[in-house]
Design a protein around this ligand. Structure first.
Ligand code: ARG
Length: 563
């Protein structure tokens, strides 16, 4: 089924390029009129057009290729429709949920660190992006055959916990803590800052308290563990709604006992200096502020904990790559970290910061602004409520309304995130997000539900199920072929999305597939008197249903059968 791979093997014989180079050069032309694959001949010689002509003359065409054409510097390959159609539909029919999976990453390990919210603070909208982009990258790499470890690097250590413990000892109550833990802890944290304005000694108390925590004081640790436990309970509720999973919840605090050994290990390879009582790696040469390993009071920093985490993960998992899905505002932090790790001899190709822009809320439109934070759970609940209202309008007799509303509401939020190139900031827009048309999750879900409904009707009214034994010659409409070509491209899109760490490629692909399907649906009646044609088209509908489901699930979105 992998025609691209076969073309690469063919080109490998006739050029001096490696398989990898060829794979990187080969593209799918944006306009199908230019063929199914295009190979740019720049690397073959000075005059690429001549090289393309020469190559064309030399190639012995395999029987799945109908023709090759030279267009400028490109050699364009056209595949035989019948072969592509039969291969693609048969594969999807056989492989079902597995369709799209590959073994490119076989035997390779990759760590995807994502979500990483801070405990004792609400799970804010800010951590949504890392959560959904990270979760998608996790799934995509799994699908490519990598062994993936999903790590949630909880923000559960640092001076702020000194502050929180001081605040809780002074003003806290166990009773109130239990009722609404995170809101309560947030309140205590805010109060600490207010009081510290008036009484500077509180900050010193907090620093001393954090030191006690780092030194392993039993009472302090017990309190910290309680805060952590209560926070995790809330986070798990959100992860459940979003259907996101992790292999490890080792947060910053986990590395407490590894901090000093990590500093020692680093010092064997990298020069450290004491500056104003603090231990640092000077990064002036690299035009960056120093990497701080130990503060003058002996406390660790965000840097130290990331250093320890990186060294620990490299030893424990021996990954090919360590991917950090963290917002662009921490770019400098990761440049510093990666530079220090590189100085310590770690191959920088292993280290990837997958950064992303902010989620922007148009002021006023959203109701729930509590303090400075927008609670993600409130956003999700609002989306679910809105989805429920829309269902009530459009399909009041639907059986499992609540369940479907969750799928649509949550799907809309996830999609509005992952469908944007992660580098850009996103404007949050309820109307656009929950629309059943345009580039939204509900549009994809609706198209999926439509395909399910056609299949149901075929069984009920025409007594016709889906079968792979159809006459593939019957697919001769442009719209049919356009749909199949899209389906054929699915595995390649998964690969591209994973290797570029950009799930929006998959999101855009799904929109294009749904559009192609809807054009087909309007032009070509599926259920007709012609039994053979009906059978053929039902197979196509079923394959679209499957790929929409697979792709949506890859993005973390459910595909309802009815809505
Ligand atoms: N907890 C941090 C925050 O919310 C994100 C952690 C990012 N990961 C890391 N290894 N530093 O800003």
């Amino acid at each position: 089924m992998d025609f691209k791979q076969e073309l690469i093997a063919l080109l490998q014989k006739e050029t001096r390029l490696s398989e990898e180079e060829l794979a990187n050069l080969m593209v799918v032309p944006p306009d199908p009129k230019l063929g199914d694959y295009a190979f740019p001949c720049f690397k073959l010689g000075k005059n690429a057009k001549e090289e393309a002509e020469r190559l064309k003359g030399k190639l012995k065409l395999p029987d799945f290729v109908s023709k090759v054409e030279v267009a400028g510097p490109y050699l364009n390959f056209f595949l035989k429709n019948k072969v592509v159609i039969e291969e693609t539909l048969s594969h999807i029919y056989q492989e079902q949920k597995e369709f799209g999976k590959q073994d490119l990453g076989k035997g390779k390990k990759i760590i995807v660190e994502f979500s990483s919210p801070n405990i004792a603070k609400p799970f804010g909208i800010g951590h949504l992006r890392s959560t959904v982009i990270g979760s998608c990258l996790y799934k995509l790499h799994r699908a490519l055959g990598y062994e993936v470890f999903g790590v949630n690097h909880l923000g559960d250590w640092g001076t702020q916990f000194g502050k929180l413990i001081v605040a809780f000892r002074k003003w806290g109550s166990e009773e109130e803590l239990k009722q609404e833990p995170i809101k309560y802890l947030l309140g205590l944290y805010v109060r600490f800052h207010q009081e510290a304005e008036k009484d500077k000694s509180l900050d010193d108390e907090a620093r001393a308290e954090f030191k006690r925590l780092e030194d392993g004081d039993k009472e302090s640790i017990a309190l910290w563990e309680k805060f952590k436990e209560l926070s995790l309970q809330e986070f798990h509720r959100i992860y459940k709604i979003l259907d996101v999973n992790f292999d490890s919840f080792h947060g910053e605090g986990f590395y407490n006992n590894l901090l000093e050994p990590s500093i020692k290990e680093l010092q064997q390879k990298v020069k450290t200096v004491v500056s104003e009582g603090a231990l640092i790696v000077d990064l002036e040469k690299y035009n960056m502020p120093p990497f701080m390993l130990r503060k003058s009071d002996g406390a660790s920093t965000y840097h130290t904990r990331d250093l320890a985490a990186a060294l620990y993960r490299l030893k424990k998992y021996k990954p090919e790559k360590m991917v950090y899905v963290v917002g662009s505002e921490q770019k400098l932090h990761f440049r510093q970290l990666f530079t220090v790790l590189e100085l310590a001899g770690i191959d920088k190709k292993k280290l990837v910061h997958v950064d992303f822009g902010l989620f922007r809320f148009p002021e006023g439109k959203m109701s729930t602004r509590k303090g400075q934070v927008i609670f993600l759970e409130d956003v999700l609940n609002k989306a679910i409520d809105l989805a429920e209202q829309i269902i009530e309008e459009k399909n009041p007799t639907l059986q499992n309304k609540k369940e479907v509303a969750v799928m649509i509401g949550v799907g809309a939020i996830i999609f509005s995130d992952v469908s944007n190139d992660r580098i850009r900031d996103i404007e949050f827009d309820w109307d656009r997000m929950l629309s059943f048309e345009g580039e939204t999750a509900p549009y994809l879900q609706y198209t999926h539900a439509r395909s399910c409904s056609i299949l149901r009707k075929a069984v009920k009214e025409h007594n016709q199920g889906v079968s792979p034994h159809v006459n593939f010659e019957l697919f001769d409409q442009t719209e049919e072929i356009a749909v199949v070509k899209k389906l054929y491209g699915y595995p390649e899109v998964l690969e591209k999305s994973a290797l570029s760490y950009k799930p929006h490629h998959l999101a855009h692909y799904l929109i294009a597939l749904a559009q192609a399907f809807n054009e087909f649906y309007h032009k070509c009646p599926v259920l007709s008197e012609d039994k053979n044609l009906t059978k053929a088209r039902l197979l196509l509908v079923d394959c679209v249903r499957q790929v929409l489901e697979n792709g949506l699930n890859m993005l973390g979105i459910q595909a309802p059968e009815e809505m």
